[in-house]
Design a protein around this ligand. Structure first.
Ligand code: GLA
Length: 728
């Protein structure tokens, strides 16, 4: 039973395979308290953990100290303005102008499935759901707290639905999705920060008293911070120690915060960022807050990683490509930038097909009169001066060469220099009287408006219908500013950021519904919208515009901490690398890109002959190992970010009969002996043969002593080690 209710003690217990989460309803007023989250325990009255037996007790016993109760009670969903001075989860502006909210339990339901979160991406599949129906009677606000239990993956998801049961409009000024109160135990916290071309760098630091948070007010999940937060012991490593995490299934403004209180308890909250958020809820209307994924692992970060990978692969990615090999693509962005035409693309496609590459992707610059980034976004009409003979001709010719064809689009944007802007200047976000802020020469379309979404959809779907296009790279190359909609009344302008994200979701939903066979890859100036929300629509996301193999080690380490390798867009590009100017061996660029979707981002007709010759072998390697890489269990063995010398990770098949170890020695070392690398995740009883050698080693030896890796000549050398169980 994933969800049990002890009626006499009013305790709910949610169980996954290895974890338990307990909630209690306390006191006459029926406050909803957080009792426990951690390793699996038996059902029992654990309510003492809430400390309601000690001063200040509960209000029915000591109402003199009601405020102290409110300010210390470990709650499941923190109210606002009635005595709890820690971070609140919800606040309002009522008709009378008040902001306070406080919810108490009314009833509950246990469902055998997952309720759909209207208009939002959310997990699906086998699970049970607890719905706590709560109420703020003074406001007439109904608040449903939803908990879905995914037993096998040790994941619990949370979301919140708020319904206005009063006769008046209520303005929601904050609605978070999840809150956990627990004792601190000297936790550290871990987040993923970054910038353009440096996304998702792991950062771990001590927790101090007060509030510490990461967030985005950029209208997307962003390069800069990530909608993820973990809290863990200082001694937690890949293989041992507690780690808790929250991950937000949302692609817009967010906040993820930990607050350490005066009594050393912590409150972790996650939700839509309250800055610039104000949602008008008319009587009987419902607001749904996006889903949060909760994870707890008792044995280290590696277990958290593998649980999240399994969860996203099984319960978030809907695409038919989720569990299949993706075609090896070649993208012309770093090859040509805007300077291409049919002839050039066909010459790349021809050579690519000879080398075994399977799809050509035409990137930015094929529409309007776009020859640099200053024009034409919004004018989704093929530029026949460049694409001579038209798009269908190009696609047919590419298909004749045996390659599939894919295309780049940036549907959310509008260039001031475009026909669309001439006709509909009010379709861009802007605030009357202010100079709108350009970024990469472009403005953002007001996707809260149906007519704008319809226009965008008609243009893009028209292009897709016009030729045999099997892949779309959906880009978004600037963050949001000037949040004013010409179509919304003054008291709804605070809804704009969220309405924009809902608009993006609606568009992508339409696209994949009409084109179910389309392989969609999301992208945002590299990896600024790499989040679980996007995974619901696209099985893969471009990870970063930084394609340098060494830089990618850190970016892909941070990304793979929480996302399956099957979702990570990774390509081999030309050297010196366009972002950092570094030279790395072609072989290493290939080995690093194998830990993702794999492809090329270069002019294959121009790279050195010896590099070209390596491509067929790399493509073969991709095909040989991709089932394992895509579906297997990921283990982080060593991190260049930490040791400044080398990087190592491995993927083990679920049956433990096969493993692929990737080793990159970033720094060459003079006169060094081999390095002994302790592997993980193997079966200690099995013997493994190292491919290409006569060497057979026990799983026990490889995990306890290690695999010998010879010192490599030069910088950024790399090796793949393929292990198969004897008798497999
Ligand atoms: C973004 C993407 C790149 C490329 C360019 C095109 O930066 O991340 O891969 O598509 O846009 O303008």
């Amino acid at each position: 039973m994933a969800i049990t209710f002890d009626e006499s003690n009013k305790i709910f217990k949610l169980d996954t395979a290895h974890t338990s989460y307990m909630i209690a309803v306390v006191d006459e007023e029926q406050f909803v308290g957080h009792v426990y989250y951690g390793a699996k325990i038996r059902m029992q009255d654990a309510s003492c953990l809430m400390r309601t037996f000690e001063n200040p007790l509960v209000p029915s016993v000591n109402n003199r100290e009601r405020c102290s109760f409110m300010d210390t009670f470990p709650t499941e969903y923190a109210g606002h303005g009635i005595g709890d001075y820690r971070e609140s989860c919800i606040s309002v502006r009522s008709k009378a102008g008040h902001s306070a909210v406080g919810i108490t339990y009314r009833s509950h339901r246990i469902l055998e499935q997952k309720p759909v979160l209207e208009g939002l991406p959310s997990s699906f599949g086998e699970c049970r759901t607890l719905v706590l129906d709560c109420m703020d009677a003074a406001l007439g606000l109904e608040v449903e707290l939803l908990y879905s239990v995914f037993e096998e993956e040790d994941i619990i998801t949370r979301s919140v639905r708020v319904k206005n049961k009063s006769a008046d409009d209520i303005y929601l000024t904050k609605v978070y999705s999840a809150c956990i109160d627990m004792d601190s135990e000297d936790y550290e916290w871990l987040t993923l920060h970054g910038s353009w071309a440096r996304e998702r760098q792991i950062e771990r630091r001590p927790l101090s008293h007060g509030k510490q948070s990461v967030g985005s007010i950029r209208g997307e999940s962003s390069h800069q911070e990530h909608p993820f937060i973990a809290w863990l012991h200082p001694y937690t490593t890949q293989t041992q120690g507690d780690v808790y995490a929250m991950h937000f299934v949302y692609s817009g403004n967010f906040t993820a915060q930990i607050e350490k209180s005066q009594f050393d308890s912590i409150r972790v909250t996650m939700g839509i960022n309250a800055e610039d958020f104000c949602w008008k809820l008319e009587p009987e209307e419902v607001f749904t807050a996006p889903e949060v994924v909760l994870s707890y692992a008792a044995d280290g970060l590696g277990t958290m990683t593998r649980n999240l990978h399994d969860f996203y692969r099984k319960h978030m990615i809907r695409s038919k490509y989720a569990h299949t090999k993706r075609p090896v693509l070649i993208n012309n962005w770093e090859a040509t930038y805007f300077d291409f035409n049919t002839e050039k693309l066909l010459s790349i496609a021809k050579r690519a097909s000879e080398l075994g590459i399977e799809m050509l992707v035409m990137d930015d610059g094929w529409f309007g009169h776009r020859n640099d980034d200053s024009t034409s976004l919004g004018d989704w009409v093929v530029n026949e001066e460049k694409i001579t003979g038209g798009l269908k001709h190009l696609v047919d010719e590419v298909n004749k060469l045996g390659l599939k064809f894919g295309i780049w689009v940036e549907p959310e944007m509008i260039s001031p220099d475009s026909r669309l802007y001439e006709e509909h200047p009010d379709w861009a976000f802007a605030i009357p009287g202010r100079i709108p802020t350009l970024s990469r020469n472009q403005y953002v379309l007001d996707l809260s408006r149906k007519e704008v979404r319809d226009y965008v959809y008609d243009m893009i779907s028209g292009i897709l219908r016009s030729a045999n296009i099997e892949y779309v790279k959906w880009d978004m190359n600037r963050q949001l500013t000037d949040m004013g909609s010409a179509a919304l009344p003054a008291d709804r302008q605070g809804e704009l950021y969220h309405r924009y994200v809902l608009g993006v979701y609606e568009l992508q939903e339409r696209l994949i519904s009409e084109f179910p066979d389309l392989l969609l890859e999301n992208c945002s100036g590299g990896g600024a919208r790499f989040d679980p929300g996007m995974l619901y629509y696209s099985p893969q996301i471009w990870c970063s515009d930084d394609t340098d193999a060494v830089e990618r080690l850190g970016i892909q380490e941070g990304t793979a901490l929480i996302y399956p390798l099957s979702a990570i867009g990774a390509h081999v590009s030309v050297c010196p690398n366009h972002t950092v100017g570094r030279n790395t061996p072609f072989e290493t660029r290939g080995n690093v890109a194998l830990a993702g979707t794999f492809g090329y981002e270069l002019d294959v007709t121009k790279i050195p002959e010896e590099d070209q010759k390596m491509i067929p072998e790399q493509v073969k390697t991709y095909h040989k190992y991709n089932d394992l890489v895509r579906e297997g269990d990921y283990y982080r063995i060593a991190s260049y970010r930490e040791n400044h010398e080398y990087d190592c990770y491995m993927v083990v098949s679920k049956d433990k009969k096969e493993a692929l170890v990737t080793y990159v020695q970033v720094k060459g070392r003079a006169n060094y002996k081999s390095r002994c690398i302790r592997l993980q995740g193997l079966d200690k009883e099995l013997d493994y043969r190292l491919e290409g050698t006569e060497q057979v080693c026990g799983g026990d030896l490889l995990m306890n002593a290690g695999l010998m890796v010879e010192n490599l000549w030069g910088d950024a050398g790399s090796r793949l080690f393929h292990l198969t169980a004897e008798g497999k």
